[in-house]
Structures are given as structure tokens and as C-alpha cells.
Design a protein around this ligand. Structure first.
Ligand SMILES: Cc1cc2nc3c(=O)[nH]c(=O)nc-3n(C[C@H](O)[C@H](O)[C@H](O)COP(=O)(O)OP(=O)(O)OC[C@H]3O[C@@H](n4cnc5c(N)ncnc54)[C@H](O)[C@@H]3O)c2cc1C
Length: 379
């Protein structure tokens, strides 16, 4: 497929495909089985410059652009959604936020270690029982001289426990609701910060999700990201950037599933014919191929908008909306095409189904995508 990818982008795509085939694919079932953070693969991704692929060269990034990065996410997702998710949470959420809103000192202090993989990034927004978009954060950050003291719990933090740096959202002004939330850069080794538990998920296993406890965690005031009260605006844009990459994840997972269904459909004989010759099977394959193609184009387009400094939030919400529909329907159809075998753990479809569901639930926007899209139309 050509969305006028440059020669450099095509090389990055090809390299990522070879990387995924050689290192990720053979480990994917085991990662899913053990749900262990894939440290060895992350080390190899660091050697490929994947961790800082779209970050500026002055901080050790490859400066290859957001579209190149989504191509890598798509290729990794064909082999393992969990491995792609490790990179996505590090890059689209943590590194993106620092590059976008960090002060010169913060960028200098954190981006080189994120690019070189000395630290993996994570984004701690969600809380047990809190309506985030409504500004009901229970994690608080109280100013104390030159520091803030953070207290409370965050849940479902991807890369939790494996990360060296967390972007943590906390209420600095409880009276101000949504406008009283701020973002902080918190080193994982800070006293009082601990992992309460890892959540045993149905999919994207290996991109571990943690519940974090902040027990009087003292953070220098210099680690406030952006201005006090800017937390939700930071979260909304970072989540939109992540939605583009999550769209690429869905493209990669659905593409792998479709290819598996095509292979199976050509081999499986019923009524003396390969089942792929039946119009009902072809119609399911045709619909998923068309949907994957359109989602891929939408991802490339939104990634290009982002990397060219143009507005991308409404397009990212369209991706979120469309990816949720077509990702899940593609996987349901693939399992249908593969019949009883498709439903078994022996086939890859069951893992891909569990992973695609995670890709569309994870990091939901602060608002429903329909609301963001309509709001943009009516503004
Ligand atoms: C794989 C994965 C990775 C994640 N990674 C991270 C991470 O790195 N950092 C982080 O902070 N969080 C992370 N999360 C958490 C994720 O952001 C939340 O699970 C997600 O935002 C949904 O929030 P919730 O689980 O509280 O569901 P809820 O908000 O409780 O929603 C439950 C259901 O109610 C519906 N609902 C809610 N409000 C309304 C309404 N007003 N009207 C109608 N229906 C409504 C929802 O659509 C949903 O179907 C991750 C989650 C997953 C699954």
C-alpha cells in the first residue's frame, strides 16, 4: 500500500517488519502466556532507535517523524500487541508529553534517557472510581515549599513496575475541579512510590498494568509539567496522539488476523472445496480488507497532520471510533472463518482477539470520541 510513503519511511517499515518477524513473532505466544514484561525485546528495540523514533535529534531521538513511528507500531502489532503497547505507552504518552510541554531543563533531563532506553516511560492518569474528564482526581499534590507531595492511588498504569519515569496527574486545586489538575514527572525510585499489584489482563499481556501507590511522594516543584492546572489539557492531547498509534495497533492486529484467515480458508476443505471459495467467507474477508485499508489511511493521515504541526485531535477521535468498530468485527469474523479451530488456543486468532479488545479500550479519551468529533463540527 502506498500513502506516498517516502523512501526513508518505507525503509523504516521494512526494517520494523523484519525485526518483528525475527525477534517478536517467535516470542509472542510465550509473552502472552507468562504476561512478563519483554525486557529482552525492549533492549533490542533500543538498539533499533525505536524508543526515540520521533523525538528530536538533539536529545538522542531519531527525528524520523510520527508517521514512521506508527509504521513501527503497526508492524510490531502484527507480531505482538503487547510489545507494541510497551513502546506506545512509552512514546505516545510519556515521551510525547515531555517533548510537547516540558521546559528546556526537563527535556534535557529526561528525553535523552527515554530515547536511549535507560528509562521506560509510563502515564499514570486513571484512578479507581474517579471520573477523569470531570476532574474528580483523588490523587492530590500539595505544595510544600519547593516541592509537591503526592498522595493516593493510580490504577491500570501500562508499563507500571517496568517504567523508570511516570507522568502523574494529580489534583493541585480541589476547588477548581477539572481546571485544578496538574501533571508531574515522577522518578520511579522516589521514596513513597510503590507498585501495589500487577493487574492480570485478558489481553496485551506482557505490557504490564500496575496499580501504583503514592504515599507522601515528594517531587521537586521543578518537575511540574506545563503550568499548574494544565493537566487535563495535556492528558487530552497526549491521549489523542496515542489514539493514532492505537489505530495503528488495530491495523496491525487485524491485518495479521486477516492473513491467518486467508491461509486457513485456502486450506480448509468442506463440501470438497476450500472454504475460501464460498461467497459468505469471501464477503467477510472483503469487508475486513476494506475496513483495514481505510483505517490504515486514516492513521497515516492523522500521523502526518501531527508531525506537520497541524490540528489532529478530531481525526484521532475518528480513528478511535472507527478502530473500535472494525477491529473487533474483523476478529469476530476471523474466528468465525476459522470455525472451531479459530476458537481454540492453538490458533493465533484468540490472542489477537483479546489484544484488539485491549487496544480499543486502553487509554480511552477523556471524552467519548463522538462528542469530540461533533464538538469539532459544531464549534
Ligand atoms: C490495556 C489497558 C491499558 C491501560 N493503560 C493505562 C495507562 O497507561 N494509564 C492510565 O492512566 N490508564 C490506563 N488504562 C485505563 C483506561 O484508561 C481506562 O480503563 C479507560 O479510560 C476506561 O475507564 P474505566 O476503566 O474507569 O471505565 P469506566 O469509565 O468506568 O467505564 C465503564 C463503562 O461505562 C461506560 N461509561 C462511562 N461513562 C459513561 C457515560 N457518561 N455515559 C455512558 N457510558 C459511560 C464506558 O463507556 C464503559 O463502557 C488502561 C486500560 C487498559 C484496558
Amino acid at each position: 500500500m502506498s500513502y506516498a510513503l517516502t523512501e526513508e519511511q518505507q525503509l523504516i517499515q521494512q526494517n520494523a517488519r523484519e525485526f518483528a518477524t525475527e525477534y517478536v513473532e517467535p516470542a509472542a505466544a510465550e509473552i502472552d502466556h507468562t504476561a512478563a514484561h519483554p525486557a529482552d525485546i525492549v533492549k533490542k528495540m533500543i538498539e533499533q532507535d525505536f524508543l526515540g523514533i520521533f523525538l528530536p535529534g538533539e536529545f538522542g531521538g531519531a527525528e524520523a517523524g510520527y508517521l514512521s513511528y506508527t509504521l513501527i507500531i503497526e508492524e510490531l502489532s502484527r507480531a505482538s500487541g503487547a510489545v507494541a503497547a510497551v513502546l506506545l505507552n512509552h512514546a505516545s504518552l510519556a515521551a510525547y508529553s515531555i517533548n510537547r510541554w516540558g521546559s528546556a531543563e526537563q527535556k534535557q533531563a529526561y528525553l535523552p534517557s527515554l530515547c536511549q532506553g535507560e528509562k521506560l516511560g509510563a502515564f499514570a492518569l486513571n484512578e479507581p472510581g474517579a471520573a477523569l474528564g470531570a476532574g474528580e482526581h483523588r490523587v492530590t499534590a500539595v505544595k510544600d515549599g519547593d516541592s509537591y507531595v503526592l498522595s493516593g492511588r493510580k490504577c491500570y498504569v501500562a508499563n507500571g513496575g517496568a517504567a523508570g519515569l511516570y507522568i502523574v496527574f494529580a489534583q493541585t486545586d480541589p476547588e477548581a475541579g477539572a481546571k485544578g489538575i496538574s501533571a508531574f514527572l515522577v522518578d520511579a525510585k522516589t521514596d513513597g512510590l510503590s507498585v501495589a499489584r500487577l493487574i492480570d489482563k485478558m489481553g496485551l499481556r506482557g505490557c504490564q498494568s500496575a496499580e501504583l501507590v503514592f504515599d507522601q511522594v515528594k517531587v521537586p516543584a521543578a518537575n511540574l509539567l506545563g503550568a499548574e492546572g494544565a493537566g487535563l489539557a495535556i492528558a487530552a492531547e497526549a491521549l489523542a496522539a496515542a489514539s493514532i498509534a492505537e489505530g495503528a495497533m488495530v491495523v496491525g492486529i487485524a491485518q495479521a488476523a486477516m492473513e491467518d484467515a486467508v491461509k486457513y480458508g485456502k486450506q480448509r476443505i468442506q463440501f470438497r472445496r476450500p472454504i475460501a471459495t464460498f461467497p459468505a467467507i469471501q464477503s467477510m474477508l472483503a469487508e475486513m480488507a476494506a475496513n483495514i485499508h481505510m483505517l490504515r489511511l486514516a492513521v497515516y493521515d492523522a500521523a502526518s497532520l501531527l508531525e506537520n504541526g497541524q490540528a489532529f485531535v478530531a481525526e484521532a477521535a475518528m480513528i478511535k471510533l472507527f478502530a473500535a468498530r472494525i477491529g473487533q468485527s474483523a476478529l469476530i469474523d476471523v474466528i468465525q472463518i476459522e470455525g472451531g479451530y479459530g476458537y481454540s488456543q492453538e490458533m493465533v486468532a484468540s490472542r489477537l482477539y483479546r489484544d484488539v479488545k485491549g487496544a480499543v479500550i486502553k487509554n480511552s479519551s477523556l471524552d467519548f470520541p463522538e462528542k469530540i468529533i461533533a464538538g469539532n463540527l459544531l464549534a
